[in-house]
Design a protein around this ligand. Structure first.
Ligand SMILES: Cc1cc2nc3c(=O)[nH]c(=O)nc-3n(C[C@H](O)[C@H](O)[C@H](O)COP(=O)(O)OP(=O)(O)OC[C@H]3O[C@@H](n4cnc5c(N)ncnc54)[C@H](O)[C@@H]3O)c2cc1C
Length: 424
């Protein structure tokens, strides 16, 4: 703690998780927050991110500057059907529509990140700062060392440094089986096209503006959703990896027409197959990426005055579209408990309360997400391509994510913090 009683918080990683937390902590005058990003600029790869109901709830719970950040970033309501399914050799059937109150929003990642970072003073945002070492002890501030030879001293360090970040390794140890993320059984590829092009290629049977449609195939899945004020549409093709697709250490693969055709062969009815190929090849740099996740549960998200959040803590496959949402739920709890800290000695209690509030739920979603992928690729055990059975399974898989009472969870974490932290 500095002489003026300010608690120094360092956030490592300037993705959606780190930016949301830095923004949320601005409301606490006794906290000085600095955010350190390894890249030369704050940026987001990829197109849309779905802001589901619980993520919207998290923004509302955080309040202040983030309340309407999704609207300011051009978020588009995912109107109507979440899933209209084409399955098996010839079926095209609707599985279920979302009720209006269940609908999420799709927003351009870079726009959302920019809005989250906007209120943070330039002096608190640092780029080209790759953390390579942290020295922490019970008695003094942590020393964060960067690759450029500089260092920073902080009372609390939050690793929001993503799936291959440093802080998870520091907390769990480099040899712990839960430290590295694992490659899942799935891969995906993405393409972003204008609404006009999407209509032209997909036609009315397969496309409706500003709706999120998903098609179950025999081994894979095809999805589209609108974003960027409704002008652009994101297409995703994803599915079960075939053995010949990936070499052991291969983390991306260029997809030309032949490779794409080979990898999605037999998934969809012919009329859909043709359209999937055409719309995906609109991306001149089409690549397949293996989906990774923390398949092995971490025993903790916290150690002393250090903790991890977002993908650093619980990287998940995208099948339930909840990774960013979970980072926002993390933010709700971290903002609340850090807001109560009056003395740096209480920081370990704040992070223990955070770990208790967040770990079990997020790890459950990591596993649920991978299991949902199996179902959406028509490979669920005793489910296969039976649309009625798929319909039966899906709502319960999403409801426990959406119907999470963030205010209650925050209250419980604050009560835990009070119990653990002792007198100021
Ligand atoms: C294909 C796909 C689709 C998805 N769709 C959705 C969706 O619809 N809805 C949803 O809620 N979620 C979705 N997700 C998940 C969501 O994108 C992620 O969970 C979220 O972006 C993670 O944010 P993060 O800030 O934790 O990590 P990241 O975005 O990975 O940010 C980590 C940052 O830390 C920096 N960094 C790394 N190491 C260091 C270091 N040593 N020092 C300093 N900085 C460092 C990195 O450069 C990076 O900027 C999807 C994910 C994928 C892959």
């Amino acid at each position: 703690m500095s002489a003026n009683g300010v608690i120094e918080v360092a956030i490592i990683g300037g993705g959606l998780a780190g930016a949301a937390l830095a923004n949320a902590l601005l409301k606490h005058r006794h906290i000085n927050v600095n955010i350190f990003e390894s890249a030369p600029e704050f940026s987001e790869r990829g197109a849309a991110v779905g802001i589901d109901l619980n993520a919207q709830g998290a923004f509302a719970e955080i309040g202040g500057a983030v309340t309407d950040v999704v609207e300011r970033a051009g978020g588009v309501a995912m109107d109507s059907s979440r899933m209209v399914m084409g399955a098996g050799p010839n079926a095209l059937e609707k599985i279920f529509d979302l009720e209006p109150e269940q609908r999420g929003k799709a927003v351009h990642r870079a726009a959302l990140l920019a809005e989250l970072l906007k209120p943070i003073d330039e002096t608190q945002k640092h780029t080209s700062k790759r953390v390579c070492q942290i020295e922490d002890s019970d008695s003094s501030r942590a020393v964060i060392r960067f690759e450029d030879g500089t260092q920073f001293h902080a009372d609390a360090v939050i690793g929001a440094d993503g799936v291959r970040g440093y802080v998870r390794t520091h907390i769990l140890g480099k040899d712990h089986p839960a430290t590295p993320a694992q490659r899942s059984d799935f891969w995906d590829a993405r393409s972003l096209v204008t609404v006009e092009k999407a209509k032209e290629i997909l036609g009315n049977d397969y496309f409706a503006e500003q709706r999120q449609y998903g098609y179950v195939g025999d081994g894979g899945f095809f999805l589209h959703d609108g974003h960027d004020d409704g002008k652009m549409v994101q297409f995703v093709v994803s599915g079960v990896s075939r053995n010949e697709i990936w070499a052991e250490d291969e983390w991306s693969k260029k997809l030309d027409r032949e490779a794409l055709e080979k990898n999605i062969e037999g998934w969809f009815i012919p009329s859909l197959h043709e359209r999937v190929v055409e719309v995906m090849l609109q991306n001149p740099d089409l690549k397949a990426f293996p989906q990774t996740h923390h398949a092995i549960d971490a025993p903790t998200y916290a150690k002393g005055a250090l903790c991890i959040m977002g993908d650093a803590a619980h990287c998940m496959t995208p099948w339930q579209g909840s990774g960013a949402a979970q980072a926002l739920e993390d933010t709700v709890i971290l903002e609340a408990v850090l807001g109560r800290v009056k003395n740096p000695k209480q920081i370990p209690a704040a992070f223990t309360a955070y770990d208790k509030a967040r770990r079990a739920r997020t790890q459950k979603i990591v596993h649920s997400s991978a299991g949902t992928g199996v179902i959406l690729c028509g490979r669920g055990e005793d489910i296969g391509l039976d649309l009625a059975k798929i319909q039966g399974f899906l709502p319960e898989r999403w409801n426990f994510i959406y119907k999470h009472n963030q205010a209650e969870s925050k209250k419980a974490a604050l009560a835990d913090f009070e119990k653990l932290s002792g007198p100021n």
